[in-house]
Design a binder for this molecule. Structure first.
Ligand code: FNR
Length: 374
């Protein structure tokens, strides 16, 4: 399509098709504060770098003459039908990247039939998201009334799967934000789910419009929740009747505990390297986890996926689907909904093409023999 348009109409894509180069293109559009929040990672950036290096250490081994003319990437993940094993990762405060924020990302995903995951720390409220296929990501607050209310609102608004992020009991050591003294949430941005929540506002002495600072401080007392334990998941099981996915697992033992505690799925993820600096690369953690719990749990993956070829590697190493984080934010920054659509389309096309050229009719055929250590 792109080649034909170039030949017949003399046009070319406004946003690069080199998904690994999106970051530098987006840098020209974003404020220093937005770049500082979205791009960097925790501490020295070691985990984020390791996430990318880990992909480079695995190589696909293409097979020839296998007649892969017709490809079918469709699948059903935890009861959600998908055109391809790709989801939008939960990313908070997306108005930093573009004024339309999550509304644009959700619309782009919806246009392509891709499942959108809505963050607890979004700049738009749970009820504002219009997408046929949407999952809700929970940061488990210390206040159970607010927790219950968020779950009920998500259920009432048609979110099918609950994704509970475990790796962010509080925000990681992020020098790019610390050096600026800038955390978007303290300005009130990214608190739409809280500010629209009846259980939350009931706890405030004054309406938010009269004292927004007090509302932010109230959130700041509920968000950090490093005291959570495995037993706290029972409350979610009791109050959410759909599938539950635990996000942020990199230890095999934790994957087994997730299965024991009734989770339906996990996301092998280190939050894109934004939490524990020096942590294991997510891809390096994946194979052993898939071996240990792949039969019992739906194993999903994120952190460092940049290209369709990366997705093929993660699928070969045991993931049932991958989530995309930063690349979509760069698309959002560059052109709002159209930018997210462009990135998703390129990503899906490259995954499809990778399978075609490597001799696979569908992604389920990918396995450990499809890759080798570089
Ligand atoms: C995130 N991520 C995230 N995760 C989550 O569960 N809730 C959230 O609110 C956020 N917010 C957030 C903001 C920004 C700016 C980024 C970059 C990431 C983590 C996200 O879901 C995912 O795990 C990573 O983005 C995956 O890594 P890549 O694809 O960015 O390398």
């Amino acid at each position: 399509q792109i080649y034909l348009q170039g030949m017949l109409q003399g046009t070319k894509p406004e946003i690069t098709t080199d998904l690994a180069r999106l970051e530098s293109q987006a840098a020209g559009k974003l404020s220093a504060e937005a770049m500082g929040y979205i791009v960097p990672s925790a501490g020295s950036g070691a985990t984020a770098r390791a996430n990318l290096v880990a992909f480079d250490r695995w190589r696909l081994v293409p097979r020839m003459l296998r007649g892969s003319t017709e490809r079918d990437l469709s699948c059903t993940i935890l009861g959600t039908p998908m055109p391809a094993p790709v989801l939008v990762a939960p990313v908070g405060v997306q108005t930093l990247a573009h004024p339309d924020g999550e509304l644009a990302t959700a619309r782009a995903a919806d246009t392509l039939g891709i499942t959108y995951t809505h963050s607890t720390q979004a700049s738009h409220a749970i009820e504002q998201i219009e997408a046929k296929s949407k999952w809700y990501q929970l940061y488990y607050p210390t206040d159970r009334d607010v927790c219950l209310s968020l779950l009920q609102r998500a259920k009432a608004s048609g979110y099918g799967v609950l994704v509970v992020t475990l790796d962010t009991g509080t925000i990681g050591w992020r020098p790019a934000d610390l050096d600026r003294g800038f955390l978007p949430f303290l300005t009130g941005e990214g608190l739409a789910n809280y500010f629209s929540d009846p259980a939350f506002t009931a706890k405030l002495a004054k309406p938010i419009s009269d004292d927004p600072g007090a509302a932010v401080m109230q959130w700041a007392q509920m968000f950090p929740n490093v005291g959570l334990g495995w037993d706290d998941l029972g409350f979610l099981r009791d109050n959410w009747d759909g599938p539950i996915v635990l996000k942020g697992i990199t230890a095999v033992e934790d994957a087994k505990l997730a299965a024991e505690h009734g989770a339906d799925g996990i996301v092998v993820s280190n939050h894109g390297g934004r939490q524990v600096d020096g942590a294991v690369a997510a891809l390096d953690a994946l194979p052993a986890i898939a071996d240990a719990v792949g039969e019992q749990l739906t194993v999903l993956f994120d952190s460092g996926v940049r290209t369709g070829a990366d997705a093929a590697k993660a699928l070969a190493l045991g993931a049932k689907a991958v989530l995309l984080g930063r690349p979509l934010m760069y698309g959002l920054a560059l052109a709002g909904q159209a930018g997210v659509e462009h990135v998703l389309r390129c990503f899906l096309a490259e995954l499809d093409l990778t399978l075609a050229l490597a001799g696979y009719a569908n992604h389920r055929e990918l396995n450990r023999d499809s890759v080798t250590r570089a």
